[in-house]
Design a protein around this ligand. Structure first.
Ligand code: UFG
Length: 329
């Protein structure tokens, strides 16, 4: 029996695929390679190149294999782009997963771990954020993920598809082997952009706003290592396999760091001065997002191995230094 990882050639998906393969699982990857990288897919995973919305492709995938569970990462994830082109996000993120669920229903595959986001909360009412806090996304990316969460609830009731939703905070870092890591085009995330500055690929990093109501005026985020995230997916899937209830879980380290804090840690790690410039706020950025992941720690028995920001940046730096052009040769 195999695990199907949709979007398994992407940043987070590829780390989960590798963790699953190393745990001895049979892994199938479905990816259209629009944003994913073929080089990121572990050679022991079987890659099906295609789109979740392509019924013929999905029928082949589901009829050729005995699939026990699914982990779904297949999505676009640029918040700014989602505001400009919401239908692109609903079509890929929502409709793509809808198509996946139809095939799961028809082939009686009844377990799914779904990749969701802190963007489902929008501007939080409380810090740290709990799973049952208000969800009011401020952008179509978060709304597309929240819409899938709601669809999953109804599919469980109607079709017995058990699900676990994992809401990630700010993911960073790379595999300890240094062989896979983060490679987005365009890159919009803070840590890779800081490290590209340290590599001389950018002359400076723009700080989007220093007038937030935070101690140093810059936005505060909760950073989580991609390997800790990968561990949580395996634990979530195993609980579903064991017949335990799924649910919704935050994944973060429960500690907030400002943009300036992150830049300072990166200066210490890289030994580079990393010049900065203050720019206007980026639309839709909440001032502060910090998780409570107590539920995942308690229920999934999740125990982050790399909770320190410095270790997260060291690991990302190891990847970026050795792959300054990402997966490009
Ligand atoms: N930032 C800068 N300069 C940059 C890039 C980012 O100052 O060049 C700031 C942002 O304004 C933000 C912080 O750094 O305050 C973190 O920004 P990221 O783009 O790295 O991450 P986000 O918090 O915007 O987004 C992340 C995920 C999204 C997810 C979101 C949930 O990448 O997928 O968390 O809120 F939706």
């Amino acid at each position: 029996m195999a695990v199907l990882v949709c979007g398994g050639a992407g940043y987070i998906g590829s780390h989960v695929v590798r963790t699953l393969v190393e745990a001895g699982e049979e892994v199938l990857v479905a990816d259209n390679l629009v944003t994913g990288h073929i080089e990121a897919v572990h050679p022991r995973a079987k890659l099906y190149r295609g789109d979740l919305r392509d019924a013929g492709f999905m029928e082949t995938l589901f009829s050729e294999n005995k699939i026990d569970g699914v982990i779904d990462f297949a999505a676009f994830s640029l918040v700014g782009e989602s505001v400009l082109d919401p239908l692109k996000y609903f079509e890929n993120n929502f409709y793509g997963t809808l198509c996946l669920l139809k095939h799961m229903r028809d082939h009686k595959v009844h377990k799914i771990v779904f990749s969701s986001t802190a963007a489902t909360y929008g501007e939080p009412e409380n810090i740290p954020i709990l799973e049952n806090d208000r969800t009011l996304p401020t952008n179509p990316y978060g709304e597309s993920k929240l819409s899938v969460e709601k669809m999953l609830k109804w599919c469980e009731i109607a079709h017995g598809i058990k699900y676990t939703v994992l809401r990630y905070f700010n993911v960073a870092g790379a595999h300890p082997s240094g062989e896979i890591g983060e490679d987005h085009n365009p890159e919009t995330h803070l840590i890779p952009i800081i490290l590209q500055t340290a590599l001389g690929k950018r002359s400076k990093i723009s700080i989007y706003g220093n007038d937030y109501s935070t101690p140093d005026g810059t936005c505060i985020r909760d950073y989580i290592h991609v390997m800790d995230l990968a561990d949580a997916h395996i634990l979530a899937l195993r609980q579903l396999y064991a017949g335990q209830a799924g649910g919704i879980f935050n994944l973060g380290n429960g500690e907030g760091f400002s943009v300036k804090d992150v830049i300072q840690v990166a200066r210490d790690v890289t030994g580079h001065p990393i010049p900065t410039e203050i720019c206007p706020r980026r639309a839709g950025d909440p001032a502060k997002l910090v998780s409570s992941a107590e539920k995942a720690i308690r229920t999934l028995h999740w125990s982050p191995r790399f909770p320190q920001l410095e270790k997260i940046i060291v690991s990302a730096w190891n990847w970026h230094r050795n792959h300054p052009f990402g997966y490009e040769k």
